[in-house]
Design a protein around this ligand. Structure first.
Ligand SMILES: NC(=O)c1ccc[n+]([C@@H]2O[C@H](COP(=O)([O-])OP(=O)(O)OC[C@H]3O[C@@H](n4cnc5c(N)ncnc54)[C@H](OP(=O)(O)O)[C@@H]3O)[C@@H](O)[C@H]2O)c1
Length: 330
């Protein structure tokens, strides 16, 4: 079969020998949007089917943490996943970041129940009640960020315990999730790390599991707590900080148009597009902002930049702002 994904094609591996998961992006909250997003994913990857597709979050990122649980539209998106599952386009369907009430919302209206809930779960942060509830509803619980985005390397107790077992910190963290009956999803861009992570042939004894269970929860994930975990004002802060750092409003043309901001942190690469107006005094007003791309740390900034047509990068360093692109809002 035709594979567009160049890494897979170059490896010579059979499609049947890999398990491909993708997420339905958080903004696709209706049957129609979700159905076309599923087809677009298949088309982009060049696959006839995807092994697992999950709804990334019950709330769009820009409503993350608000009261609205997007009940009807999530049910609509779920129907699109069900139809694609029944049509053989998706081999399994599931959820991510869904709390008990969000799971109930899907169960109340579904004809095929969710098979997976993918949630944040790592040493120091294990949401026991949600795990138990997800399991009771028949779901496999996948633990994302088992190494806490790399933050667990900084925890002296974890480092000491890894040394005691003569394993790496990620090996210990992955093994911990496995012993809790979770499916850990460790990420690495390094083949040696990948081999190391797959080598989990040891057992953490009960006493040490108790020690790990009792460690204090990580409160933020490093240098950029504004970006991760995500909160309601996230987009605005990204734009405001990016514009501030790059001197937007001092060097830009006057008028109204489309601006682009990039922010690169150790956990994500974010590009924000915004409708902005710059007045004669150089002050700017942001009328609207949307995240255009939101990628993991392995994303290639140049690739993302090249997708931003008309971009005229003005900033330097890890934050760049483009000039007005000539876009005229209606
Ligand atoms: N559903 C959601 O909302 C959601 C949110 C976040 C993440 N996720 C998923 O969870 C997966 C992992 O997430 P994550 O990247 O946030 O966190 P993670 O897997 O906890 O940590 C990744 C970090 O650990 C390092 N690492 C991994 N194995 C290592 C080893 N053996 N030795 C040294 N360093 C090692 C990686 O660096 P190197 O690359 O250098 O090895 C990377 O910096 C991703 O695939 C993502 O799709 C899902």
């Amino acid at each position: 079969m035709r594979l567009k994904s160049p890494g897979i094609r170059a490896s010579g591996i059979n499609r049947e020998d890999i398990f491909v998961t993708t997420k339905l992006a958080t903004q696709f909250k209706s049957y129609e949007c979700a159905a076309s997003a599923i087809d677009a994913s298949l088309e982009r990857m060049g696959f006839d089917y995807i092994d697992l597709m999950i709804i990334h979050s019950p709330q769009p990122w820009d409503h993350f943490g608000e009261d609205d649980r997007f009940v009807a539209v999530n049910q609509g998106a779920w129907r699109a996943l069900e139809d694609a599952y029944k049509a053989g386009k998706l081999r399994a369907i599931g959820l991510s970041n869904f709390q008990a009430q969000d799971i109930d919302n899907i169960l109340n209206a579904c004809t095929a129940a969710p098979m997976v809930n993918q949630i944040l779960a790592h040493v120091t942060n294990v949401p026991g009640e949600l795990i138990e509830y997800s399991r009771q509803q028949g779901m496999l619980v996948e633990a994302y960020s088992p190494v806490g985005h790399g933050e667990l390397f900084k925890n002296e107790s974890i480092v000491a315990m890894a040394e005691k077992y003569n394993v790496s910190v990620p090996q210990l963290c992955i093994r911990y999730d496995l012993q809790l009956g979770l499916l850990p999803l460790a990420k690495t861009a390094n083949p040696d790390h990948m081999k190391n992570n797959a080598d989990g042939d040891f057992i953490i004894d009960d006493g040490d599991m108790d020690v790990l269970n009792g460690l204090e929860t990580i409160k933020d994930y490093g240098e950029d707590p504004d970006l991760y975990p995500i909160d309601v004002a996230r987009k605005r802060r990204v734009v405001e900080r990016a514009t501030d750092e790059a001197g937007w409003g001092k060097e830009t043309p006057k008028g109204r148009g489309l601006g682009l901001a990039f922010h690169h942190s150790f956990v994500s690469y974010t590009a924000v597009v915004f409708d902005v107006e710059v007045d004669d005094a150089g002050e700017f007003t942001i009328h609207r902002a949307d995240i255009a791309f939101d990628c993991g740390p392995q994303a290639n900034p140049e690739r993302i930049r090249s997708q931003m047509e008309g971009a005229c990068v003005m900033g330097i360093g890890d934050v760049a702002i483009t000039g007005l692109s000539g876009y005229a809002p209606g």
